[in-house]
Design a protein around this ligand. Structure first.
Ligand SMILES: Cc1cc2nc3c(=O)[nH]c(=O)nc-3n(C[C@H](O)[C@H](O)[C@H](O)COP(=O)(O)OP(=O)(O)OC[C@H]3O[C@@H](n4cnc5c(N)ncnc54)[C@H](O)[C@@H]3O)c2cc1C
Length: 491
């Protein structure tokens, strides 16, 4: 057993022993990109005892924890083995409303945390582009948000977690230990996170004050981001990857901060006009926004249809969308008030939006290259633009300091993420060439998004992979925890 972790009994465990998770049903499982489904026995434990029983019952093909399935690729799949759906462990155990911490089960979603925490004046320290992820999934992928350049990734705010390891022990794991650093970003392969204590961010309102500006091309974008990112807690650029020639890399920058109470009050005076949850400059806030400034009420649109014809999102449609999106954005606007859900999670408003790519699904490609590697970034953006990848969801941002997780994705530098329909001819070979460019620039691709990286490049991208493999070998010699991602990349 590694020296850094003490075996404990789960003090916060709900009354057990539970009835056990049962044999489970065999179902096809995919990631959010809906590519490469594999069949697995799905177990849904609801107590810690049931989770222990589920791990013991994994069988020869092992098991892997799964949260809300928002990893795009195969990280939470396990062909022929067991998948432990952890969303049945969803209790918020304790909130320290003075100190700003929460102790909760790993299956609790960030959405649920926002519902309970915002009215108390607290916010999650890091949120990805969807709040439909669990705390366990956030630790396992060591997720980053629009605030990475100032706040780092999720695990930096985790004070401790309880981990169920392969031999059935439950250990309390704290930062600064090898087991913590192997688990943060370790894609569920060190064990099952059962609970976590997370440090929170104080906020006065559930509104964001947002500045928007356009960048005419990639160079303009990099200059603007470099010069001003540090003034914003949250910062991201939507980039038009179908634009070519002089406009290659044109973008819309959106930066923001949690709006203080006085920002709401100063909007009180003018008219009562409200458009789509968005208050423009000079507009008044609705009375309820002022009387309950910490209200959290995300809007929901109708779900995407179950069947969408292939090719709907071709170059023409996406090109048109990108053109409109760019032109619709203000050249420069400051201090716009937006709801938290609008600013951080616009896609969550459309349930099952991943269906819009049709049956063959889509790939999300996200990489990072370090500062000083701007030429590599330019080459990659040029190649994507020249290849005419129909991508309307492409974002660029700057990462701050790297995180201690051995397989954590962020490192100081530029990160670009884009969605591409999986049916695009020659996509695999094209992305392989981008991987090579990324690896040559000492960058890396994000495992939580990956569905197709070849294993040869992994060690160059993640220099601490040998330590990860060694710890995993010691902790789980029988290979109880395994996933399609782990097999594909020999993690
Ligand atoms: C629209 C969208 C936007 C996104 N934006 C971002 C972003 O901005 N930044 C970012 O970093 N990511 C982003 N992601 C990716 C997402 O944050 C991660 O994939 C996250 O891990 C998903 O969490 P989940 O609970 O759905 O976990 P799953 O997808 O179910 O699993 C992901 C990994 O976590 C492991 N895991 C889950 N629960 C546990 C547990 N209890 N114990 C141990 N391991 C566990 C799984 O084994 C798997 O390896 C985005 C995804 C989507 C769909």
């Amino acid at each position: 057993m590694p020296a850094d972790a003490a075996a404990v009994s789960p003090a916060s465990a709900p009354p057990g022993p539970g009835p056990g998770p049962g044999p489970g049903r065999t179902v096809p499982v995919t990631g959010w990109g809906r590519t490469a489904p594999t069949a697995a026995r799905l177990l849904r434990p609801r107590t810690y005892d049931e989770t222990v029983a589920a791990v013991r019952a994994c069988g020869a093909r092992g098991g892997i924890a799964r949260g809300l399935g928002r990893a795009y690729g195969d990280a939470a799949q396990n062909a022929g083995g067991a998948v432990l759906d952890m969303t049945g462990l969803d209790r918020v155990h304790a909130i320290d409303a003075d100190g700003g911490t929460v102790l909760c089960d790993a299956g609790v979603s960030l959405h649920r945390l926002m519902e309970v925490l915002l009215p108390l004046g607290w916010f999650v320290p890091v949120t990805p582009g969807t709040r439909q992820v669990t705390v366990g999934g956030a630790i396992a992928a060591d997720i980053h948000g629009k605030n990475h350049h100032v706040s780092g990734s999720f695990a930096r705010h985790v004070l401790s977690f309880e981990l169920l390891t392969a031999n059935g022990e439950i250990r309390t794991v704290v930062p600064g230990t090898p087991l913590f650093d192997a688990t943060a970003g370790g894609m569920g392969l060190t064990g099952v996170v059962l609970t976590a204590t997370v440090r929170l961010l104080p906020v006065e309102t559930s509104w964001m004050s947002v500045d928007t500006e356009r960048a005419r091309d990639l160079d303009d974008l990099l200059v603007r981001l470099t010069a001003t990112d540090r003034y914003y807690r949250y910062s991201v650029a939507w980039i038009d990857l179908l634009a070519r020639g002089a406009s290659t890399g044109r973008a819309v920058l959106t930066r923001g901060e949690h709006a203080p109470l006085e920002a709401l009050e100063s909007r009180k005076s003018a008219s009562t006009r409200v458009r789509g949850g968005r208050f423009r400059r000079g507009d008044a806030l609705r009375r309820d926004a002022l009387t309950s400034p910490l209200e959290f009420q995300p809007q929901r649109l109708p779900a995407a249809p179950a069947f969408v014809p292939e090719g709907l999102l071709g170059r023409t449609a996406v090109g048109l969308f990108n053109e409109l999106w760019y032109r619709r954005a203000p050249r420069a606007r400051t201090g716009e008030l937006q709801r938290i859900s609008t600013f951080f999670h616009p896609l969550d408003g459309v349930p099952h939006w991943n269906r819009i790519y049709g049956r063959s699904g889509f790939v999300q490609y996200q990489f990072v290259v370090g500062y000083g590697q701007e030429e590599a970034l330019r080459r990659i953006v040029d190649r994507i633009s020249a290849r005419r990848c129909p991508s309307f969801l492409a974002v660029l941002k700057r990462f701050g300091e790297g995180d201690p997780g051995w397989l954590s994705f962020p490192m100081p530098g530029w990160t670009l993420a884009l969605d591409i329909p999986a049916s695009l001819p020659g996509l695999g070979a094209f992305l392989d060439t981008l991987d090579e460019e990324v690896a040559a620039a000492a960058g890396r691709v994000y495992l939580a998004k990956d569905a197709r990286l070849r294993p040869e490049l992994l060690a160059a991208m993640y220099p601490r992979l040998p330590e990860f493999r060694a710890l995993r070998g010691e902790l789980d010699p029988g290979g109880v925890f395994v996933s399609d991602l782990a097999r594909r990349l020999s993690l």
